[in-house]
Design a protein around this ligand. Structure first.
Ligand code: ZN
Length: 100
């Protein structure tokens, strides 16, 4: 994954997304990102009735926050591997250091 510079457009196997934290507490940093299927992985959430919803999710390289994509509008496959909780925390920590 890479942070976009203005004007870069790729069709097909990449999508422009914004780090919003959608579906994960909405704590995203707002970074504009270019992601490919290698950055996307499947996550799921089971509710009390036993129903399970599946999501296409990516982890922001700037802040470590996960964002769920709109599953039926995103064309990306889920070829990526979910970073561990520790890995995501480490990304967030690095982002805080960047701000100081
Ligand atoms: Zn972010």
């Amino acid at each position: 994954m890479q942070v976009l510079k203005p004007g870069r457009i790729q069709a097909g196997h990449s999508e422009e997304v914004t780090c919003t934290g959608n579906g994960n507490g909405n704590g995203g940093c707002g970074a504009l990102l270019l992601i490919s299927s290698d950055d996307v992985y499947e996550t799921f959430n089971s509710d009390y009735t036993g129903d399970t919803d599946y999501y296409k999710t990516f982890c922001c390289v700037q802040c470590g926050t996960e964002t769920d994509l709109e599953r039926y509008t995103s064309r990306l496959r889920t070829d990526g591997k979910r970073p561990s909780y520790e890995e995501r925390k480490a990304i967030g920590k690095k982002n805080l250091e960047r701000a100081q």
